[in-house]
Each structure stands twice: as structure tokens, then as C-alpha cells.
Design a protein around this ligand. Structure first.
Ligand SMILES: [Zn+2]
Length: 558
């Protein structure tokens, strides 16, 4: 352990000693031990010495040990590998070994050279070494496949040994969460099943409006993490695809120039709905060199056995990711290079730790599994690994409540329960919110499809009713101060080095947030009936076809 870490651990009692009530924004409040304890967790986990809790780094390992020792302190049972606190997750971290990666688009007499990070965003390979991967191309529309929705964009197209060229996202004709789900999973799976060698994404007008190409392409040369199974083989969807790339609109326009529809016509049609696919002229050839390193990082798991002789067999999961994005590559001298991740997600982790403290004092009827995931920032990989390699029987899991980046710089008056309208969990959240004088609001940004973007999502895909809780936009005075707070955080501090302890945290609001989550878990774990998906809900039907369903209160989302 290096010196700096030692000093950090030595400083621990000091950090916890800061009087919290003096910190509560503008309100004289009696010292609140919950707020003080919450702050202490955030102060430790988001301290510079944690180095931004990047996976595979000492900082994340120490943070994971901090969580494990807290679980031990409050009397939980280890629920990781072989009776330990940790479930070790392995990854293949691939990064480019070349200075420059290119692809050529050979279109008859014209040859276009695309450079990675400029006119193309290419991911590193799965295998180490230099590669040249060449193939013809077939346009597949949005590239979605879901028989339950009567969708198969691959029908009638021959993709064997070719590149599938797909539109980004999914048509607006689909429910935004179903669309996000299909866009995230079905494309790589369907392309691989059709025999394609790779996936090339071209942008819709909507995507072009959402994110400037120059901003998106900056992530092109970041390392890629691939989940590995216990057998060391890649684990996940579409892992057999050799190439994943996105190309700029200019490159796409050249590619479609002599196709049955030019790119402008394709984008115009895509704005209305699904687009039928067709073969494309020319060849696409990628040249790159990859280095692959094997790294590992732990999920941390503690179980609180239920007190009811029957219901204790059922498990309620509370999850929050502990990892963050680490440090800046090549910082300038003296520059703050640490992504402390105080809000994302030291705050969610603190909620999980305080829920463990409170629930362990009076265990509910059902068992509760506390899961501090790793590698959420790399694509929900820790939660995905647990859901595919659970350390407890997945049939015992009756719900997941996920916590990720609550915005605690505002005294919020409502919450949003993503997924709450898909199962009976929504009414549980509403009851717990009422107890804290909070409202529950509908998803203010359905187009963002937040439901598929955090660690509860792998549980959904295992058929477990799940809810992802976020602080809302209204404040306790009925104003919209929290909308501004969320916007300020998202635009200024999200995944920036400034997401740290000196943000204007409202620790009393953090305590209220924690009490709310404890209330939700306790209500689920003590309820007579386990949560149920609503009849006809897309995710319940797709991933829990035989599970008993609950009649839906309103028909809004059928
Ligand atoms: Zn997060």
C-alpha cells in the first residue's frame, strides 16, 4: 500500500468528524447523525486518494474493501464468491496498439480513407495483434429484431461475411424504453446471428441533433472492456462481431451516394419510422492493431437474511455502482486529474451503506442483498456479470432497487421511479414517498430512455421487476429549483473532475433520500405479495413470461 493511501486511511476519523448541521444549506437543523454518516461515506469514497475509483485500480479495491468492512460491521453475511464479500469480475481491456487506425471505403473508382477519432469511431479488437478485416456492406435499416413486436430488419438480407450498416437508435414509433432496449441489445445479437463480421453505425437526424459528431468521436480511442466468463471467454451479446464502428455523415453520404436511396433520403425516411434495407456497393476494410490486457475488479455483496421463516427465501436486491471513471489520461502539470465521482456514485454507495446499517438493526421478512457493483461506467458490466453468474439462486430475486447519481444539491420535493410504471413496484415507491412527504413524477425525459442505462437493467433482462430511483425536478417549496440543480450538474459536473465533495451538497436532503430508500426496501421486503410485472408489459412479457402478473391500473403503457 503506498504512502498516500496510508495517510488517507489515517485521515478517516477526521473526515467523519465534520459537524453536518452547520453544512445544511441555509437551514438551522439539529445535528442529524444520518446526514453526518452519509457525508462521511461520500467524503471517504470521493477523496482524491481513491483516485476516481477506476476499475482494476488500488483506489477501487480500497473502496470495495471499505464497503465490505461496513457490511461486516453491521452484521451482514458475505454473499460473493465462495462465502467471501467479493465476486471477482474479469475483463479483457483492449486498447489500440497502433498510433493510427484507418478504414477504407472502396466505392468503385473512388476510395475514401476514414481515420479513427476523426471521420470514424472504431473500437479496438477482441484479440491482440494487427488485423485487416474487409467485407461488403448491407444496409439493414435500424437493424432491430424482435418477433414479439413483429420487427425483423434483417429479413430477406444476406449478411454472411459482410458488414451490417445500421441507423443509430430506434424508430420513434416504438416506446422509448423498448426502443432503447432493442437498440442496445438486439442489433449486435441479430447481426452476429445473421453471420455479419461487423456493425457500422450511421447517424439519424435525431442523433445528429442530440450529440455533435466532434463530441462523440472523442471517445473513439478509449479502451474497451469486454466481460469475461468464469471460463475466460467473452460474455455478453454480440461478442462474436469483429468490428464495431460509427462513421461520420460525410462518409455515410459517400457510401450511400450510388445506393438505391441516398443518405439524405435514408435519414428523412428514418425520421418517420423503420427503413427497409438493401445491399450497398463497395467494400469496407479496417486496419488496426490491438493490445489486450486482462484486468479484474470486484462486485461487493452482503446478505441480510430475512426474519420470516418462509419469506426469507425471497431476496430483495438494492444495488449501486461503486466504480467511477478514474483519472485523466495525460493531465497537464498541476491540473486536477481525478474524477472523484462524489455524486456519481459515491452518493448512491452511501445510500446503500446507510440502508444496510438501518435494515440490519431490524431485519424485514424477506432477505435483502446489498450489491455494490463494479464497471457500471464500462457498460453496466458488473451488474451484467452478477445477473449472468449470480452468487444466489436468481429465482429467489423478487426485486431490484437501483441507485445511481441522485442529485443531492437541492432539497427535492419529488422523485422519479424509472420502471415504476411497469410493475407493482411503482405503488410501493409512491407509498414510501408519501411517508417522506414526497411526490412521484413521471419520467421528465422519456427520450433519454434512462430505464436502460443503469445497473437495474441487467436484472430486468433476468425477469426481475426493477426500479431505478432518481431525485425529481421540484423542490420542497413547489418550485423547479431541482430542475436547475440537475441541469447544472449534468452540464457542468457530470463525469468531470469537479464532481467532488465541495459541490453544494444538501446533507439533510441526502438523509431524506436515504430514509426514502430504506422505506422502499422495507416495504418490498415486508409486503405480503412479492412485486409483479404488469400484464402486457413489454419487459415482463419478454423476460418473465411465466411469472404471475398484476393487472395494470391504467392502460397508458400497454
Ligand atoms: Zn453512475
Amino acid at each position: 500500500m503506498n504512502k498516500r493511501l496510508l495517510t488517507a486511511l489515517a485521515a478517516l476519523p477526521l473526515i467523519a468528524a465534520v459537524p453536518v448541521h452547520a453544512q445544511t444549506a441555509g437551514r438551522k437543523a439539529a445535528p442529524d447523525p444520518l446526514a453526518a454518516s452519509f457525508r462521511a461515506h461520500v467524503a471517504f469514497l470521493a477523496d482524491d486518494t481513491m483516485g476516481g475509483r477506476g476499475i482494476g485500480t488500488p483506489g477501487h479495491e480500497i473502496a470495495a474493501n471499505y464497503v465490505a468492512q461496513h457490511f461486516a460491521r453491521v452484521g451482514l453475511t458475505p454473499a460473493g464468491d465462495a462465502g467471501r464479500w467479493f465476486q471477482r469480475v474479469s475483463f479483457a481491456e483492449s486498447r489500440f496498439a497502433s498510433e493510427k487506425e484507418t478504414a477504407t471505403l472502396d466505392l468503385g473508382s473512388q476510395r475514401l480513407v476514414l481515420e479513427n477519432g476523426v471521420s470514424m469511431a472504431l473500437s479496438p479488437g477482441n484479440e491482440p495483434g494487427a488485423e485487416e478485416i474487409s467485407g461488403e456492406m448491407v444496409f439493414v435499416g435500424y437493424g432491430l429484431q424482435d418477433p414479439s413486436q413483429g420487427i425483423d430488419d434483417f429479413a430477406g438480407l444476406d449478411l454472411r461475411g459482410k458488414y451490417a450498416v445500421v441507423l443509430s437508435g430506434a424508430p420513434d414509433t416504438l416506446n422509448s424504453e423498448v426502443a432503447a432496449h432493442l437498440a442496445r441489445n438486439s442489433k449486435p445479437m441479430a447481426a452476429q446471428a445473421a453471420g455479419a463480421i461487423g456493425l457500422i453505425t450511421v447517424r439519424t437526424l435525431k442523433e445528429a441533433a442530440r450529440l455533435p459528431w466532434e463530441k462523440g468521436v472523442t471517445r473513439a480511442r478509449l479502451p474497451r472492456r469486454q466481460l469475461l466468463g468464469p471460463d475466460g471467454k467473452p460474455l455478453g451479446d454480440g461478442t462474436g462481431l469483429k468490428v464495431r464502428a460509427a462513421i461520420s455523415d460525410e462518409a455515410a453520404a459517400a457510401l450511400f451516394a450510388s445506393a438505391p436511396m441516398n443518405f439524405a433520403a435514408v435519414q428523412a425516411a428514418a425520421a418517420k419510422g423503420p427503413v427497409k434495407g438493401f445491399a450497398l456497393p463497395g467494400r469496407f476494410t479496417v486496419r488496426r492493431a490491438t493490445a489486450v490486457e486482462r484486468i479484474s475488479s470486484p462486485n461487493v455483496l452482503g446478505l441480510l437474511p430475512g426474519r420470516d421463516p418462509v419469506l426469507k427465501d425471497q431476496i430483495v436486491v438494492i444495488s449501486a455502482h461503486l466504480d467511477h471513471v478514474g483519472t485523466k489520461a495525460n493531465p497537464k502539470p498541476g491540473e486536477d486529474a481525478i474524477f472523484n465521482g462524489a455524486m456519481d456514485n459515491a452518493s448512491g454507495s452511501a445510500t446503500l451503506l446507510e440502508a444496510a446499517t438501518a435494515l440490519a438493526k431490524a431485519p424485514p421478512k424477506r432477505s435483502v442483498l446489498f450489491l455494490a457493483t463494479t464497471a457500471e461506467e464500462s457498460g453496466l458490466l458488473g451488474a451484467d456479470y452478477f445477473s449472468r453468474q449470480p452468487t444466489v439462486d436468481v429465482k429467489r430475486l423478487v426485486a431490484d432497487v437501483n441507485i445511481d447519481m441522485p442529485i443531492l444539491t437541492c432539497d427535492f420535493g419529488d422523485v422519479v421511479a424509472f420502471g415504476g410504471d411497469r410493475s407493482t413496484l411503482g405503488s410501493v415507491v409512491a407509498a414510501a414517498a408519501r411517508a417522506e412527504k414526497l411526490g412521484v413524477s413521471p419520467d421528465p425525459q422519456p427520450e433519454e430512455a434512462v430505464f436502460t442505462r443503469s445497473d437495474h437493467y441487467p436484472f430486468v433482462r433476468q425477469g426481475v421487476p426493477s426500479v431505478f430511483l432518481k431525485t425529481g425536478w421540484t423542490d420542497t417549496r413547489g418550485g423547479m429549483a431541482c430542475k436547475d440543480a440537475e441541469r447544472t450538474f449534468r452540464l457542468t459536473h457530470y463525469h468531470e473532475v469537479s464532481d467532488q465533495l465541495d459541490l453544494p451538497f444538501d446533507w439533510a436532503a441526502a438523509a431524506k433520500w436515504t430514509r426514502l430508500n430504506i422505506g422502499i426496501i422495507r416495504r418490498i421486503a415486508d409486503a405480503t405479495a412479492a412485486p409483479r410485472w404488469y400484464e402486457g408489459d413489454y419487459f415482463g412479457t419478454a423476460f418473465a413470461p411465466t411469472a404471475p402478473k398484476a393487472p395494470k391500473i391504467t392502460a397508458a403503457r400497454r
